[in-house]
Each structure stands twice: as structure tokens, then as C-alpha cells.
Design a protein around this ligand. Structure first.
Ligand code: B4P
Length: 194
């Protein structure tokens, strides 16, 4: 089993690159953003609670997100591996993930951190907001999400760097060029399926 974390600020391309990685390496995709948006659109109690945080550009509480992840891993016992997209986003979540994987006799093998200048992040997300209608893609909320990233999520990179698992990858090239840079790291662990 091979487990990969795709890490980076809001709009760095985690979701975009995850799709390409999933189809090339046939990993099971776990995106906490997608899982939360699904709960919101179905108006579940979890979704109604999560929406209050997401609409303000804040992270959803750790216990909500960690509970969702455990269920998702259990649902795919035969997976070739997992790609965690947008998770963990706090040091607490990173520690919880380590414990969860240890319990399942596996571990995180690689953390790829996408690096994109802040101006580009804002432009990308404002543009996506125009077409997607996502309630958290307007300039005011985007600025809060980036602040939240610096305060709570950046320390997660240090956590994995301390474990010798972090690789930083420029994410401000084209989508395909960025993907090529990511595959150079992944190919050291896993060969493409296609
Ligand atoms: P997410 O859904 O994870 O979204 P994101 O960080 O905004 O986007 P991502 O980095 O995936 O960017 P994308 O590829 O879409 O989080 C949303 C919210 O959910 C959070 O704010 C939080 O409230 C909550 N949440 C999620 N996970 C959580 C957790 N673990 N704990 C607590 N709360 C959590 O790319 C963005 C845009 O850029 C797209 O339009 C794309 O087309 C474009 N783009 C991508 N690559 C490009 C490139 N190379 N060049 C030009 N444009 C590019």
C-alpha cells in the first residue's frame, strides 16, 4: 500500500492534481473538501454545522473531519493506496492520521507540498468562484482561508519534514507541467498503472 498526502494552500491545485494522480496510479482519493461539500449539499446535520465554518473561511473542527476520514479508509480495504487531498490541515489531524494508519498497519509514505505565490492563489480562486458558485470563493473569504492556512496548516509541513517525508514542488506552472514534477517523486514509490 502507498499513501500520499497532497499538501498546499487553498487554490494551490490539490484537487486538480489529485484527479490526474488518481487516474494514473489508481489510488483511492479522499478529499475532505469534497466530502464536506457533499454533506452540505445533502443538508445533513454534519453539513449544516460544517457550512457555518466553511462560509467564513475557517477550518471545520478536527473531530468532525477525523471521523469522516476513518470511515472512508475502512470503506476501501483493497485499495492500492490512498491520496489524501486537503487533509491533514492541522497538527492534531496529522497526529490522528498517523495513529489511524498505524492501527491499520500502514503509514504515510510521501507528502508533496505545492507552492504557489499568494497573488496567483487569489486570482485562481476568484476565477473559480465566478464559474463554480462556491460560497467560499469570494475575495473576502479567500483572504481568510489563506490566513487560516498560515496559522493552522503550515505547521503540518514541519511535522512531516521532521519525519523526512516532505517534498516541496512548484505549483505555479501549467497543470501538466506541475503534474510531471509530482510524478517524478511518486514514481520512486509506485509505477503508473496506465
Ligand atoms: P478544499 O476543497 O480542500 O479546497 P481548496 O483548498 O480551495 O482547493 P485546492 O487546493 O484543491 O485547489 P484546486 O485544485 O481546486 O477546502 C475547502 C474548505 O473546506 C476549507 O476552506 C475548509 O473550510 C474545509 N476543509 C476541507 N478540508 C478540511 C480539513 N481537513 N479540516 C478542516 N476543514 C477542512 O484549484 C483551484 C483553482 O485553480 C481551480 O479553479 C483550478 O482550475 C485552478 N488551477 C489549478 N491548478 C492550476 C494551474 N497550474 N494553473 C492555473 N490554474 C490552476
Amino acid at each position: 500500500m502507498f499513501n500520499l498526502i497532497l499538501f498546499g494552500p487553498p487554490g494551490s491545485g490539490k484537487g486538480t492534481q489529485s484527479e490526474k494522480i488518481v487516474s494514473t496510479y489508481q489510488l483511492q482519493h479522499i478529499s475532505t473538501g469534497d466530502l464536506l461539500r457533499d454533506e452540505v449539499s445533502r443538508h445533513t446535520p454534519l453539513g449544516i454545522e460544517a457550512k457555518k465554518f466553511m462560509d467564513q473561511g475557517m477550518l471545520v473542527p478536527d473531530e468532525v473531519v477525523i471521523g469522516m476520514i476513518s470511515g472512508k479508509i475502512d470503506a476501501s480495504p483493497d485499495a492500492r493506496g490512498f491520496i489524501f487531498d486537503g487533509f491533514p490541515r492541522t497538527s492534531n489531524q496529522a497526529e490522528a492520521l498517523d495513529k489511524l494508519l498505524e492501527f491499520k498497519n500502514t503509514t504515510i509514505h510521501l507528502v508533496l507540498a505545492l507552492e504557489v505565490p499568494e497573488n496567483d492563489l487569489i486570482t485562481r480562486l476568484v476565477n473559480r468562484g465566478i464559474t463554480s458558485g462556491r460560497s467560499d470563493d469570494n475575495e473576502e473569504v479567500i483572504t481568510k482561508r489563506i490566513k487560516e492556512y498560515h496559522a493552522k496548516t503550515e505547521p503540518v509541513a514541519k511535522y512531516y519534514n521532521g519525519q523526512g517525508k516532505l517534498e516541496r514542488v512548484p505549483g505555479n506552472n501549467t497543470i501538466d507541467q506541475t503534474f510531471q514534477l509530482l510524478t517524478k517523486h511518486i514514481n520512486k514509490y509506485l509505477l503508473p498503472v496506465a
